[in-house]
Design a binder for this molecule. Structure first.
Ligand SMILES: *Cc1c(COP(=O)(O)O)cnc(C)c1O
Length: 726
């Protein structure tokens, strides 16, 4: 196979020589996890930086030449530029990374990571929500820790949709076409300067995908895209959007991810030793690996053993009905040419992943395929591990549920991406300048106690004011530029008060998250929010999947309440939730609220982002919060009682929510120590929250656990060795 690869970045910036390396910075997503680097761009022209959605490629193209000419005379800017570039170079060349120092014998191995979506930055809309943000954070941290990792995914034609709320509260979805020239993509060509492509076989035709790369620090993310003239019109749309509902398009898409993704790695010269499937969407990968091993002369059993020993599968779904599966007729149509190559007949092939559900005919289940062909399997929180072992126990019929071989690694978040820059500065001072090298070490975080209350409180107030001026700015823009009714402007936060206790509720509007739980006793809620001495304001945000009608109805229910004048403008709905808004919210509100119906929240990560910024969680003891809550570092909604009757559950949880809010949270926030005028007990709780949650729910802890518990044994078996002690 030809393997000469030419990498090109279309460079159309007119940068002065002195600062020409801003182009390098723009083409490596390292900067998105480094607020000081982001600030370097912003300082060039803050207004344009906002206008071009923090997209450095577009931004650098649009900045006025005069601005650049002024900058290269600005000694302070140049100092900062030089410092950031030095940090970037040092990062890229660093040899004594954690992975290198811990597993020096494994640095030549490679880990391949597959995910349907990646949430890296708001200017790169190839993500829908939590799963994507987790994958994006995983890649950033893998680079920080020096893991030899390469990732595979899709370059979508349309990013996940942009949301507007109509006057009567109905979600309107607009597709935004991505302009690839505006993204930090690396275009890949062969030696004849033809774009590099791979292909897979679909019924009656070959499907082609073009390959691109993104630089994520020291690692690469390979993206596939099918809108090419050689594909038929339907196939050209395969990478149009995330989470297509049409099963036929969906199966083709997943074949491209698993089978095509594996071929893409090979085409670009990668030879990963192990493969991590983040959720079941990429599980066809296991089939392609089997096929190639068999064509190299292995028996089916040998091939299965090799694939299992080198595959890691992470499940994120706590309910059977949420799993990814295909009707058997569809698998017949798409794989009848394929199973012969595995030396299997139809029944043997179907048996790899066929299950019979209570709610459907026989289906071919992606998680079952992944579970059967991976020896390393995990859920994403302690509770979700338990739920997964029970849910999949039937695949290990002779094993008691507690021994089902599915472990858990609780999710985490990438500190550099989610921590407010100003808090980072405060932590530099009080945790020591080296704290970022010990993020997962609880001992470092003990020093949070040393931060003076008024310093911490001043930063917290600053972040809340920043959130409110962000909302006002958006409201003003919409008022000027779009057709909004005045009440919509009020609903988007113009009446908020920076001194009032502020609650954030931002998440996907799926019914199990119960965004309307707060409204169960609306009169009681009104009394809480409109209390003139101790007002409470609540900010909602979030999208419903465009095909989720109940989710959209939930948005409407919330929006109608938000518009009700009786709440005095204390309830707010922000449309078009994305990573940018998520940053403002998790950093700027006082309380982060989550009300899932237990145990439906596999983990959740937004509450971790909040906690690291000193925003206190107030949540059902589900997902990560069942582990994170210690009685002092936030609040719980309800206890762990399970009611079979959903209405009783909602009633109990709502009552607990109101009681805790009225009797504990509101008084604590508004009770000031007389001497300094600060809410001392509240600040104490913030410190307890930062101290206990930041190390344990960091992406650093998470990626180290994946490395030690899953990647290491898989890598060792790939090298034909056994893990120590086994
Ligand atoms: C972190 C994040 C999520 C995940 O949040 P959870 O509600 O905790 O699952 C979703 N969307 C965006 C934009 C995020 O930043």
């Amino acid at each position: 196979m030809m393997n000469k690869i030419i990498r090109e970045v279309p460079n159309s910036f007119n940068l002065p020589y002195r600062i020409k390396r801003l182009a390098d910075l723009a083409h490596n997503l390292w900067w998105v996890g480094n607020p000081e680097a982001a600030r370097l761009f912003k300082e060039i022209d803050p207004l344009a930086w906002e206008q071009y959605t923090h997209n450095p490629i577009v931004f650098l193209r649009k900045v006025e030449p005069q601005t650049f000419d002024d900058l290269i005379k600005d000694r302070y800017f140049l100092e900062r530029y030089d410092r950031i570039m030095r940090e970037f170079d040092a990062y890229m060349q660093k040899e004594d990374t954690w992975f290198h120092d811990t597993y020096p014998e494994l640095t030549d191995e490679q880990i391949a990571y597959f995910s349907f979506e990646y949430g890296l930055h708001e200017s790169l809309m190839v993500y829908a929500g939590g799963l994507g943000v987790l994958s994006g954070d995983h890649l950033k941290e893998a680079s920080d820790l020096g893991l030899p990792l390469v990732a595979v995914g899709f370059l979508y034609t349309y990013g996940y949709f942009s949301q507007r709320i109509s006057e009567d509260g109905w979600q309107e979805a607009r597709n935004i076409e991505l302009n690839f020239d505006d993204l930090p993509l690396v275009a890949l060509y062969d030696e004849d300067h033809h774009p590099i492509k791979i292909s897979i076989e679909l019924p009656g035709r070959e499907l082609f995908a073009r390959l691109y790369e993104l630089n994520i620090g020291r690692n690469k993310l390979i993206l596939m895209h099918t809108n090419l003239p050689e594909n038929n019109p339907q196939d050209r749309q395969l990478t149009d959007r995330l989470y297509i509902s049409d099963p036929e398009l969906r199966v083709s898409q997943e074949m491209l991810l698993g089978i095509g993704g594996f071929r893409a790695l090979q085409r670009l010269g990668h030879q990963p030793s192990i493969f991590h499937m983040n959720e079941g969407h990429s599980a066809f990968l296991t089939l392609e690996r089997l096929r190639q091993l068999i064509s190299d002369g292995k028996t089916l059993e040998e091939a299965k053993e090799i694939v299992r020993e080198t595959s890691v599968f992470t499940t994120h779904t706590p309910v059977p009905a949420g799993n990814d599966e295909f009707p058997v007729w569809l698998i017949d149509k798409y794989f009848s040419a394929y199973w012969g190559e595995l030396g299997l007949d139809r029944d043997e092939f179907m048996a790899l992943a066929r299950i019979k559900n209570d709610w459907s005919d026989e289906v071919f289940s992606m998680p079952v395929l992944a579970l059967r062909l991976s020896n390393y399997r995990n859920g994403v929180s302690k509770l979700h591990g338990e739920v997964s072992r029970k849910m999949w126990q039937y695949l290990w019929p002779t094993t008691p549920a507690e021994d089902v071989p599915i472990s858990y690694i609780t999710n985490g978040i990438h500190t550099g991406t989610w921590l407010a820059r100003r808090l980072g500065v405060l932590y530099n001072r009080y945790l020591g300048p080296e704290w970022r090298n010990y993020i997962d070490d609880p001992a470092i975080w003990e020093k949070v106690e040393n931060i003076p209350d008024d310093d911490l409180w001043r930063v917290r107030l600053h972040l809340k004011r920043k959130l409110i001026s962000y909302m006002v700015g958006r409201a003003r823009y919409q008022w000027e530029n779009t057709n909004v009714h005045p009440v919509q402007t009020v609903a988007s936060g113009v009446l908020l008060d920076p001194t009032a206790l502020t609650i954030g509720f931002a998440r996907r509007f799926a019914t199990y998250k119960r965004a309307n739980l707060l409204f169960r006793d609306y009169d009681r809620l009104l009394r809480i929010v409109t209390n003139a001495r101790k007002p409470v304001q609540i900010v909602f945000a979030g999208k419903a999947h465009p095909a989720d009608e109940p989710g959209k109805l939930l948005i409407q229910e919330v929006y109608r309440k938000v518009k009700d004048a009786r709440n005095g403008g204390r309830l707010v709905f922000l449309d078009d939730y994305d990573m940018d808004m998520a940053r403002y919210l998790v950093q700027g509100v006082d309380i982060w609220l989550n009300t899932p119906r237990r145990p439906r929240e596999a983990s959740g990560t937004s509450g971790m982002k909040a906690a690291m910024n000193g925003t206190l969680n107030f949540s059902v003891l589900d997902g990560w919060w069942a582990e994170g809550y210690n009685g002092q570092n936030g609040w719980a909604i309800g206890d762990e009682t399970h009611y079979d009757n959903l209405d009783q559950q909602d009633e109990a949880d709502a009552r607990s929510l109101y009681d805790t809010l009225e009797n504990e949270i509101v008084p604590l926030y508004y009770t000031k120590r007389s001497a300094d005028g600060l809410p001392g007990d509240w600040i104490q709780r913030i410190k307890e929250c930062i101290r206990t949650i930041s190390p344990c729910f960091s992406m650093t802890r998470m990626v180290k656990e994946y490395s030690t518990d899953l990647y290491l044994p898989a890598l060792l078996s790939a090298k034909g060795k056994k893990a120590p002690g086994t």
